[in-house]
Structure formats: structure tokens, C-alpha cells
Unconditional design. Sequence first.
Length: 268
Amino acid sequence: MGILNVTPDSFSDGGRFTDVAAAIDHGIALQQAGADMVDVGGESTRPGAERVDAETEAARVVPVITGLAAAGVRMSIDTTRAAVAAAALAAGATVINDVSGGLADPSMAAVAAEAGCPWILMHWRGHSRDMVELAVYRDVVTDVRDELCERVEAAVAAGVDPGRIILDPGLGFAKRAEHNWALTAHLDVLIELGFPVLFAASRKTYLGRLLAAPDGTPRPVDEREAATLATSVLAVAAGAWGVRVHDVRATADAIAVWRATGSPRLAS
């Protein structure tokens, strides 16, 4: 899954693709580089980010989705708002990627159920401005598993086909570095629930901190690609359904190398 943020303030590529033509060109390039799907987002969810209104979010994503659909690019819409999801689906997106797992907008389940489209439910505890103080767990792997199961139950009760649900552990969302590493190491716990699992670690802050300079300065965002590749291969080896990344070509190459070995999944 290639990342396409049409926002001015996303942590890695904010401001690069706010022009519709540039965004469409990049989405096509992501597909050509090996993306099976392009994830289009119009609102930053980096820690501390302020929200934009639904009209602004929709105005950012709909023209881009329309253009990419015309070019034959398969897309997901990265949004927590039912109205934006509905507009994006009408414009040509085929998957809803909801980082709130349906909690931010109670109407999202109805949109997903009516569309019959895949719905990615991410583990989430609150909006970006509040997520840091919400990163408190008894056992992060067990807690995330149980809270995702609650979201699945709510979605199915609202009429969503369980066969269309995909789970995401929500790395970096109300998670500290140690939580992200634990979830990565025990991804099998989520995979064993029987739903496809999306893994999204690309260039995130905890990778920058792992690779910090001797003075403690985190590795810059654009220098975290090797670490991202490592996490992506580990996730695929563990059985993840997909990885959400900025650098599609490098990720596709790394996964091709892993597949060429004929290696089985990593032992749990």
C-alpha cells in the first residue's frame, strides 16, 4: 500500500502533493513502482496534529481520487469521517482505511456496510492531539487484541461483512516505542484472529529514535527507509496481509528478496 498524503502537514510528505496534478502523478508512480493500492489521505494524523473540517478534507482527496480512478489506480481512502469516505468511494476509492476503527464517526459502519467494501479497522484511542497521554497499557499486545476485537464486534453488529474487515495494530497511535516493538514482535497474536492484518511503520518516530545520533537527535524522517524496510519484511514474514509504506519500490524489492528464499513464516 503506497502512501499519498494530500495534506500540508503530514510528518513525512506534508506539502509535497497538495497540487492535484502532482498528487495524481505520484499516485500513478506508486502503482508503477509496485503498489497494489494507493492510500489517499486528506487529514494529517501525526501526533499533535490539529483537525481540519470535513469539507476541506473532502476537497483535498476527491479530485485526486477521481483522477487516479480514471488512470486505473486502485485506492483506499484514509479518513475517520463517514461523509468523506462516502464521497471518496463515489469518486472511485474501493477500500476505507479508518485509523479510528470506527470510533471517531459512528456513521462509518453504515457507509462500509452499504458499500460492501473492505474496511481497515485500526487500533485507536483518541485523536492526534490526545494520543500521547492515552498510551497506557497493562499488556499492550493483549490490550490491542481485545480492543480490536471489540471494534470487530461493533462493525459486524452494524451490518459489516466480517469477511471485509482488515485489522491494523495502530503503530504510533497512542503507542510508545516499546509498545510498537512489542506489537511487531507479536504480530502473530493479531494474525491468529483470522482477519487480514495491515502493518504501517513507515518512517515513524520510533524508528528515528532507535537510530538516533550519539547526542540523542532522532534520525531524520527521510533517513529511516532501511529501518522501514526491515520492519516491512518482518511483518510480511510473520503473515501480514499488507504493508503501508512511502517507498514502494524499495519495499517491493525487499519483499521479492525474502520471497525468493522460499522462507516460511517466522516462528511465533
